[in-house]
Each structure stands twice: as C-alpha cells, then as structure tokens.
Design a protein around this ligand. Structure first.
Ligand SMILES: [Zn+2]
Length: 481
C-alpha cells in the first residue's frame, strides 16, 4: 500500500524548523520527502494548512494490560501517540508467578485476570499474536520481580531471592525488555536497598538496557533519592530515566532549579534523561503521606466505596466523620489524584532539554487523571500555543526524536526516508486536550489523522479497525552482538 501526503508543513522531530514538503509512504516506510513526481496511480492525501509530524512516543505508561484488554488504545491514538513505553514505576504485568492476591500498586495495571503471564516472553508473544494499534517498548519492573520471587517483600531480598530475580530479568531482557524500572516509593519495593537493585540489575551490564526510576522520595528527601538512582545507573552502565520528575509538597516547590542542576551536572559524565507530564497533579494508589501534603485529593477508584470515584477525599472524609487513615481504610484499595505540584516547577521541568513527554496515565481507573487522554495535546495547547514556553518544534522533539534516541528505537521518531511511517497530521491552531479533572475521559481535538507503520488508525473522530502495532526490538541495546 503506497500513498502520498501532500501540502502539509513538516516538523521532523529533530527540533529543527518546519518546512513544506510532500511525503511518500510505501509498505509502512517513508520512501521520499520533498518535491517529487506523484505517480498517477498513487493515492494522494491533501493536507494543506496542516502539520505533519512523527508519531508521538509516550515515554511513560502503565498500558501493559490495557494493550491486551482494549487494543484500539483510543486514549492514546486520539492524542497522536503511536508508541508506548510500558512497565514503569517498578510494575510490569509479567512475569507473574504468584497466585496470591495482587499487592498495591501492581493493581494499577488492571484486574487480576490480566496477570496470567508466567514469563515476559509469553506476554510479548500474546501482544504479537493479538496486536494493538500502537507499538510497544516494554520494560520489566523490579517490584513485579520481588512479588514473583519473595515470600515477604517487607525486607531486603536474600541471596537466593536476588538470584531468582536476576534470572527473571535475564529472561525478560532475552525476550525483548528494553530495561528495568524500579518503584522504591511503593511498599513492595520500599525495603529494597540500593545494593539489591544493583545486584538484580546485573544482567543489564552484559546485555545493555536502561534504568527507569520512580524515586524513593520526590518530596523532602529527593536529593539523596536522585543520588541513589545515579549511582545505580553508573553501576549498571545504564541510561537513567528520572520518571515523572516532580517536587511534591508546598515546602519543596521551586526546588526544580536545584534538582535540574543535579541532572545537568550528572549528564556531563553519565547518560540521564527525564520524563514528565504537563499537569500540577499526580495520581497513584491512595496513601496517607500523599493526602497529607496535597492541597486537594480526588478519588479515582475505590473497591471499598466505588461511588467515591470522582469525588474529593475531603468531602468523603467529612461525610464519614473519620480521620485520614480511617477514611483510607474505608475506601481501600483505592487510587487518587493529588494536587501537590507547583505550575512553575512543572513548566521548568518540561522545558528542560533532557525532558521527554510521558503521560503516566492509569488506564483502568474509573475516574482517571486526565493525563491518560490529554497529555500530549495539553502540551501543544497550553505550553506551546497559550504560554509560549517552548516552540512547537521543541515540543514535537520531546514527543518523538528525543525519546526515540533515548530508547534507541531504530528508524523511528523522525521524518526521514527509510524511517517507519508512524505519523500524525494535526491542526496546530486547533489542537487541544479536552479531558479535565472533572470530566477526564475525552478525546482531544485537532488530531486529524494518525498512522502506525503506514496504517491509518485514527480518522479525526474515531479509531479505525486496524491493529498494526509492533513490539519494538531492543536489538540496539545489545552489547553482546
Ligand atoms: Zn511512578
């Protein structure tokens, strides 16, 4: 199948200035860019007045199970995303060895039935057998390995448990994982000392792979937590991805100048990068430490009190007449949105040259954080068009060329002959997120067409029936060949 997109302005993903050109696609690959003879038999898509960019790469997702349950991936393709990085914050769907009840935060990835893959390879095989609309860059989570290998996660791993986790990581890398993530902020990994993570991660030294970290602390003790992550990166000789970089709690607001300086300094001697989303609120499981430092907490889902989803925690607490812990116990297990960041920190972090855009969305929440549906279009509306915090070209680079370089995606992330045809056609004047904290399940506006591997998956109002997504290859990470 070959076609030409004609008349669009191209923003190629490098951060360089836009230019006018036609672009030809054949068999899922960009074949030509510029002015060329369009053969008569070729299908021509007119795109005058629109911008053509590489497909967006969502650098930080929890879509591991959603890809299988809802392969049309509407929350993602509707905002121009063509590739998702899964397995962040220490939690991946596979390998799931235990039949015990799912500890939080693993349940953020979806219902227990989805945790049916005993090996990383079997999950990837399922994704290949029943592909989604989007491509996948899979990471394996250290918390998932702990839950699989340890009888009690409330302590450091024993030698035998560490070796068992190492073995599972080795298998996951062999199967195609791009690296390992950790989430020592969360109970099942909070007792893992630095040494354990370095030892479990040892197979990455031989095989390559990146290290994505949800820091142990994003509040008062963020600096030692960052130093720990940098040390792990050096030990494993891995790129460190600072996940959803933020400063939580009002007494830490403004400290992004300090943390970005640490990252800049580290960047001189070791590979580092950042992902972040453009909202002043975060979302995860319901926990007292977050409720206490947040200006406002909204419940996103609750097993104990399902009607609480979408309501303010403070209102539920007043209604129940309980203290914070009592209210949490009543709602548990549950998730929440916490308004605990400062807008200027968010802007400063997003504008940093090493920052990629990552939604961190939680796809199964009944009243999710709007980032699942609106992250990329919000950057283009609010940060580019309304607030002028970066150019359109810089924003597109953070969504395409930069993550493709960090995750070493072969022939992706740029508009170049020979590159895969992951493409977005959008109206730069109209593009906007519509998802809000009150009404979070809303498609964006101004995303006119999306192609994944040359196949049309979004027509401006809805998904098509096509599922061309691929599990991308980690080949470029391999140190062995
Ligand atoms: Zn996280």
């Amino acid at each position: 199948m070959s076609f030409v997109i004609s008349g669009a302005t191209l923003v190629d993903g490098t951060g360089q200035e836009r230019f006018q050109a036609d672009l030809a696609i054949a068999d899922g690959v960009i074949t030509e860019i510029g002015k060329f003879d369009i053969g008569e038999a070729m299908h021509v898509k007119r795109a005058d007045g629109l911008m053509l960019t590489p497909g967006f790469i969502d650098s930080h997702t929890h879509d591991d199970g959603y890809l299988l349950a809802y392969p049309d991936m509407k929350p993602k393709v509707s905002q121009g995303i063509t590739t998702v990085v899964t397995g962040n914050c220490g939690i991946s769907l596979a390998p799931a060895l235990s039949d015990a009840t799912l500890p939080q935060p693993l349940d953020l990835l979806g219902p227990k039935e989805l945790f049916r893959f005993k090996t990383f390879a079997s999950w990837l095989a399922q994704l290949r057998a029943t592909p989604a609309t989007v491509n996948v860059v899979p990471l394996v989570g250290h918390t998932t390995l702990r839950v699989a290998c340890m009888s009690d996660t409330g302590r450091a791993a024993t030698r035998a448990e560490t070796e068992a986790m190492q073995q599972l990581l080795e298998e996951a890398l062999e199967a195609g994982a791009f690296g390992m993530s950790t989430g020592t902020f969360y109970p099942p990994a909070a007792h893992a000392p630095t040494r354990e993570i370095v030892e479990v991660g040892a197979p990455m030294k031989a095989r390559g792979g990146l290290y994505a970290t949800h820091l142990r602390d994003e509040a008062d003790h963020i600096v030692p937590a960052m130093e720990e992550a940098l040390e792990i990166g050096r030990e494993l000789e891995s790129l460190v991805v600072f996940s959803h970089h933020k400063l939580a709690g009002s007494k830490n607001h403004g400290r992004s100048s300090e943390t970005l300086k640490i990252i800049d300094e580290a960047h001189k001697t070791q590979p580092v990068c950042i992902d972040c989303h453009p909202y002043p609120a975060t979302s995860t499981m319901l926990r007292p430490d977050r409720v206490r430092i947040a200006k406002r907490t909204m419940v996103t889902w609750s097993k104990g009190y399902p009607q609480g989803a979408g309501r303010d925690f403070a209102d539920i607490q007043a209604e129940l007449g309980l203290d914070i812990q009592g209210t949490i116990d009543y709602l548990a297990p549950a998730g929440a949105i916490y308004f605990l960041m400062n807008e200027s920190d968010v802007s400063r972090i997003m504008s940093h040259r090493l920052t990629m855009v990552g939604s961190d969305g939680l796809p199964f929440d009944s009243h999710p954080h709007p980032r699942q549906w609106g992250t990329f279009t919000r950057v283009l509306r609010a940060m580019v068009r309304e607030q002028n915090e970066m150019t359109f070209e810089q924003a597109i680079h953070k969504m395409t060329g930069l993550p493709a370089e960090n995750y070493r995606l072969k022939n992706r992330g740029l508009l170049r002959p020979g590159y895969c045809a992951d493409l977005v056609l959008l109206d730069a004047e109209r593009v906007a997120d519509r998802a809000t904290f009150e009404d979070p399940i809303q498609v964006s506006q101004g995303i006119c067409d999306v192609w994944v591997n040359g196949v049309h998956v979004w027509n401006g109002t809805d998904v098509t029936a096509m599922r061309p997504g691929q599990v991308l290859s980690r080949a470029s990470f391999d140190r062995t060949n």
